[in-house]
Structure formats: C-alpha cells, structure tokens
Ligand binder design. Sequence first.
Ligand SMILES: Nc1ncnc2c1ncn2[C@@H]1O[C@H](COP(=O)(O)OP(=O)(O)OP(=O)(O)O)[C@@H](O)[C@H]1O
Length: 361
Amino acid sequence: MAGSGTAHLRGEDALLSVRNLVVEYHTDAGTVQAVSDVSFDVLPGETLGIVGESGCGKSSMGRAVLRLGGMTSGEISCAGERIDRADEKTMRALRRDMQMIFQNALGSLNPRRHVKEIVAEGLAIDGVPKAERDRRATDMLEEVGLTPERFSDMLPRQLSGGQAQRVAIARALALRPKLLVCDEPVSALDVSVQAQILNLMEKLKPEFDLTVVFIAHDLAVVRSVSDRVLVMYLGKVCEFGDSVEVYDNPVHPYTRALLESVPLPDPDRPFTGSPLEGDVPSPLAPPTGCRFSGRCPAAQERCARSEPEIREVLPGRFAACHYPLAAAADLPDPDARAAAADRREPQGREHEPTGRRPEGA
Ligand SMILES: Nc1ncnc2c1ncn2[C@@H]1O[C@H](COP(=O)(O)OP(=O)(O)OP(=O)(O)O)[C@@H](O)[C@H]1O
C-alpha cells in the first residue's frame, strides 16, 4: 500500500502500536480523510511528540488511539491488547491504562462536581471504596501542586486555566495509567503557566512511570518534552526520529519549512522568518503524489506524481520524501543518495524544481 512503509516501526518493543490508521469523516461536502494510513510505535517510558499545522489530523489520531473518536480502518494495540477490536468490557479495563488530557481542561471537568470528586471520578467507576478514593484524590492534588485544604471543595468555575489543567492531570493519573495522551495540553494557557504545567508533567512522568504521546502545533513546546517526534502533514507522516536530531537537522522539506516559520528560543538558530508559503490543501481533495508537493520549495516533477514511502534516510531517521534534505554523502540509502545528488545538480526537465526555492537555498 502506498505510503505504508514500515521501516520506522519497532513492533513488539512498543507499548502503543498504531498500524495503517485511517480516520475519515463523512460530511455533506464529501469524505475528509483526516488520518491517512499512519503507522507509528511508542516505546515504554518515552514521550513521542506529534506535531503539525492545524487540521493535519493530530487530534483525530489521538482520539482514535483511545477510542474516544472513530476510526475507519487500521490496528491499534496497547500493552499487547488490540484496542480497535476490544469489546466494551475490555475497553473499560483498558481505559484505566490509557488516559487523555485536553486543551480545554475546564470544559473536560464536570461543572457541578467538586475538585476532589472530579479527581476521584475514575476511581469511583473502578469501584474503589469512598475512604480510599478520598485519600488517593487528596494525594493526587498534592502531587499536582494543589493544596487539598484549599482546592478539594472548589468547583471548576473557581479555577484558573492552569489549575483546571492540574485537576485534569490529577484525575488522569489517579488511575495510574501506563499511557497518557496529551492533546494540546498547554496551548490555551499563558506562556508562564505553560512552563509550570510542562515542568509538572516532567516531574510526574518518572514518578508515575508514564509513556506519553504529546500532541501540539507548537514546535518549541514539543521539542522541550519529546524524546522522539513525528511530523504530520495533511493526514500523513512526513518525518520521524529523535527529537533533537529532527529539530537540528530536518530532512523533510516540510519539517524545515515548519521550523523556519516560527521563532524558537534557541540563540544558535536565529529566526529567519521564512514563512511557510501557501495554504494547506483541502483534505476533501488531497493532492496526488506527495501531499506537500504543491508548497514544497524542493519539489520536482516526480513529487506530484508518485507518493513517497517512508524510509530510513539517515540512521534512525525516517522521512516520506523523494528528495530528502541531507548531504548526499550522509545518506545510507542509494536511492536517497542519487536523489540528493540530483537535487543539487538539476539535469534536464525531469529534475527542474516545480516549486519556489526559498531565498538563499
Ligand atoms: N467531526 C468532524 N467532522 C468532519 N471533519 C472533521 C471532524 N473532525 C475533524 N475534521 C477534519 O479533519 C481534519 C483533521 O482534523 P483534526 O482536528 O484531527 O486536526 P488537528 O491537527 O488536530 O487540528 P487542530 O489542531 O486544528 O484541531 C481537518 O480537516 C478537520 O476539519
């Protein structure tokens, strides 16, 4: 199947495995393929960042992984259990192991319940006796930096955005899950509060032995928390690899464009201000070939014609690109080496760029 290369997958080592995931929405205007044949693994104890522009399918993927949203096809396993096939009873047990926190923390809290009851919600569903629930909810409030005496009896509307996210984290971790999926957990918060929540998550991760999927559009935030990062564009994986390496030396033109389009708090990488040109095409009618080809400064004729498979471009680095951005000599794959050489010395029409090159490139 086009685009379903599997070289980046680790299979049985993984806590979470996603294979050939497709999520479609049927609308009056047609079928939106929000997630289009995506495969990835999350290893125990790691934080996998998932990044990409708005609408690239990050939330649809996060929700499908926890079966909070629908999926059209594919396979999802957590700790060896097939989530996509689980019946409701198995799913209830699995939900204990897989929790999610959202951008709109306040909206995810029952407005009529007190904070302590909210934190204990999952424990109550699990049949934990009241006294034990209270004790564990109090401990969890302390863990997330909310003084139980002050916060236990508050209602959600009395909380700030940061405090509401702390309550949501306490509720998720009270069940001692193995996997935490965070969908834009700090993007609604002020920058100073964002840092506090990210620090809190960093502190809690080893304490609770967590594996984390961290979804965000903010590259700087994703960089600060992720061990590995998966870059998505219009429902597809573009690039995948060690987070520091992807950020320092992106090989997919989309990753580079994304990095260049925002300032990062890195004195070694001065902000060039190059914008990511053009709009994301409609997911109702995605382009043929590489979905980024119409906006890609390095695109050539082949890109609009044939869809690139994801493959190992540098050791441990995977990209779905016919012409990855790396020094030809560094590329272990003979096809990639030849393509990189072609890119630097265009010969004939076949290799003429069809897109614009950024200035200085
Ligand atoms: N319930 C829905 N019905 C129809 N289309 C949807 C629905 N939910 C999402 N979509 C569409 O699916 C695509 C992917 O959306 P999704 O929210 O998963 O992306 P995202 O990367 O998380 O973006 P954002 O950060 O803006 O939420 C978008 O084109 C979106 O408009």
